[in-house]
Each structure stands twice: as C-alpha cells, then as structure tokens.
Design a binder for this molecule. Structure first.
Ligand SMILES: Cc1ncc(COP(=O)(O)O)c(C=O)c1O
Length: 391
C-alpha cells in the first residue's frame, strides 16, 4: 500500500518528541506567543510584511473575503471570479457572504487559470475580485494575471493552500495577491494537524483579519490600532473595551500547538520541497514516454512544490484503465480536487448561472492524483512508475 501520506510532520519523530515536551512544559495553550513567533517566521519565509495564523485554510479563505467586506472593498452581490478547479471552501465563502461566484476555466496542461482564460471571461463579465487557486503545486501566469487585475481594478486574492513553496521565474506563488491563504492540514507541504495562514503586504487587511479571526474584537491589535478602533466605536472605558465587537468576525483562532508545530517545522520545509520536486521529476520522465498521458507544462515554474503527483490522461476511457492499475497496485489516489465545481451538489443547490468550462471538464474526467512526499522510497517510485507506463 502506498498511502497519500506516510507521516504527519516533517522530521516526524523529532517533531513529535518536541511537541510532547512543549505540551508538558507550557502554561498557556490558547493563542499566544508561539502563534506570534510562527507568524513572524512564516512572513519572513514568504517575503510578506504580515502573516495572520488561522485554525484552517478554509477559515483563512472565509476570513479574507470577510475582511474585504468589512473594509468596504466589496459589497453584497459583487461578482467574484474564482478558479473553476479548486477546493469547496474556496467557493463556499463566496456564496455564504452573499457574493456572486463566477468560475474561470483552467488550462489542462497547467491545471490552472491562464491569463487568456481570464481575459476571455472578462469580455462578457465584470468581476470585482479574482480569487485564484494555485492548484496542486502548479500555477498560471500569475505575473500577467496580476497586471490584468491591476489595470481593471480587480482585487487579486490567491489560494496558495496547495502550492506553498512553488517559485515561478516571476516570483513565488502567494506573492501576487493582495492576500494569500495557506493550509497546514495533514498531507499538505507542512502540517500543524489543522491550521491555515494569510499573508499580505497590506496593513489595513492584516488588521482587519485579526479582528475577523477573533470575535470581531480588538485584543490582538497593537495599542495604536486599538486606540483608533475604540475612538471610532466611541469606547472610552477599558472595562467595556474588553467586550466590544467592532465588526463581523468568527472564532477562527489557532492554538499554541498550531504555532509551535509551524515554527518548529519551518526550517525543514525547504529540504522537503526539494525532495518532492525530485520525486516529481522522476515520475514525470515516465509520463513523458507514455503517449496516453499528458505531460503537464511547468516551463514557467522554477521550483515545483507539490504534495501530490497529478496524472492527466488523454481520454476518460484511458483514465479508467489507469485508475484500475493504481487500485490493483494499492496506490491511494484522489480525483483532481473538486473537479468542475459546477457539478458539486452544494453549487447546484445555491448557484443557478452556469458557464462552459471545457478545460476543467477535461481535468475532471481525465485526471487523478497520488501522493508525493519525501518518505516515498525507491520501491514506491518504481511501483508508481510501473503504473504510469503504457500497457
Ligand atoms: C486549494 C485549497 N484551498 C483550501 C483548502 C482548505 O484547507 P483546510 O483543509 O486547511 O481547511 C484546501 C484543502 O485541502 C485546498 O486544497
């Protein structure tokens, strides 16, 4: 059996032992200094001004859109473009916050929205925000997409939950959006069991994200920021300030365990990304020699960071054959994330306007993935390679 993941943590034994020591010796386990330290270290790893830690990637996504609403950057009914190949909790917040979802098709060869597909959609639909997903470690031409958004006054958000560490020739994924989200759920690049992050260079959004993350109050802001909010809300008493809720929020706080695990493993992340890329290149060489499979285009990517090996077949009938091969070899596989999101039950229930999405249909019908992680052995790579060969 080759599972989707083998370990929960990077440097598993050492991290588990240090986690146990941390829990035994800590007086505080609710959000505090460990979370702050991880935020600082992660912001520096990503080259962002600020990072705000959340209890999951899905809540980070909801918080980004709520922050846009709270700051008056968007309003009810605004159209929000999103990558049609994505995860449920990338799209659900759009519906939950009374915004209109507009799917943008993805290119099968890169699994992502390319600028020409965004341009096509913009010919007949205006969008206020483009919430792009960097799917399965890959990315679109984000530099061009960013330029289009700037020219059209569209706010670009990145869901980078599946591409932490990917570098393009034009910059790191996660560095193009006004805000970018990350997930530290098990089987992602780095796991804090559950956990998520938002990175941003925009101070106003970072401040609002901290309000949204914790009940709508100001406790996790600087003194100066608190003074500003209290004056705006006409609160001149420290007593009432403790329970003053300035704007709409949730309880999306992480714990000190999240912060500790993130900070502790961050120094190991780079090596694990390199190991995953090496695995990818080995498996890709087998795909290249098989005309039944499509070799994905990563020419715009200088460091590919994925936790999965995506396989795209030429035809749906051919995929059936490969699904059976993987099943017989006991290699765990998954569909290409949520596939064509318009076919998902929740989407059909809440959204009536549908679009043609031929690229995502192809990915939905012809694709699947297996795990890619540093602990894959030479035997594992050989077993996966065997399944990827023609015949
Ligand atoms: C693209 C994408 N966005 C968001 C999420 C949600 O992250 P989480 O599971 O941490 O809530 C995932 C989860 O796998 C994802 O793949």
């Amino acid at each position: 059996m080759i599972p989707l993941k083998k370990n929960i943590f990077l440097n598993e034994q050492e991290t588990r032992a240090e986690l146990a020591r941390f829990i035994v010796s800590s007086n505080k386990l609710s959000m505090g200094e460990e979370c702050n330290k991880f935020e600082e270290a992660f912001a520096s790893f990503e080259g962002a001004n600020e990072a705000v830690l959340f209890n999951s990637g899905g809540s980070a996504n909801l918080a980004m859109l709520q922050a846009l609403k709270n700051t008056g950057s968007i309003k009810d009914g605004d159209k929000i473009g999103f990558s049609a190949l994505t995860w449920s909790t990338n799209v659900m917040p759009i519906i939950q916050l009374k915004l209109q979802p507009v799917p943008i098709d993805c290119e099968p060869a890169t699994l992502n929205v390319m600028s020409n597909l965004l341009q096509e959609r913009l010919q007949d639909t205006d969008i206020r925000v483009f919430f792009i997903t960097n799917a399965l470690g890959f990315s679109g031409d984000l530099d061009i997409i960013q330029r289009i958004c700037l020219e059209r006054d569209i706010i670009l958000l990145e869901d980078n939950c599946e591409a932490l560490g990917t570098e393009m020739h034009s910059g790191k994924t996660g560095s193009f959006g006004e805000m970018s989200s990350y997930s530290f759920f098990v089987a992602h690049h780095m796991s804090t069991i559950e956990g998520g992050m938002v990175c941003t260079n925009n101070g106003e959004f970072a401040e609002m994200l901290r309000i949204v993350r914790a009940n709508g109050w100001d406790r996790n802001l600087s003194r100066e920021q608190q003074a500003r909010w209290r004056s705006k809300s006409n609160i001149d008493s420290d007593f009432y300030a403790k329970y003053t809720f300035h704007d709409l929020g949730y309880n999306f706080r992480p714990t000190e365990i999240t912060g500790f695990l993130g900070r502790y493993q961050l120094p190991f992340l780079r090596d694990s990304i390199t190991a995953r890329e090496k695995n990818y290149i080995k498996l890709e060489s087998v795909v290249k020699s098989n005309p039944e499979l499509i070799t994905l285009n990563r020419s715009h990517i200088s460091l590919l960071s994925n936790f999965a090996f995506p396989v795209l077949c030429e035809q749906p009938a051919i995929r059936e054959k490969y699904l059976n091969k993987f099943k017989s070899a006991e290699i765990e596989i998954r569909p290409m994330i949520a596939g064509n999101i318009q076919k998902q039950p929740f989407y059909k229930k809440y959204v009536s306007k549908l679009y043609d999405l031929p690229g995502v249909d192809k990915i939905h019908e012809c694709g699947f993935y297996c795990g890619n992680y540093p602990e894959l052995t030479e035997n594992d790579i050989s077993a996966i390679s065997e399944c990827l060969r023609k015949g």
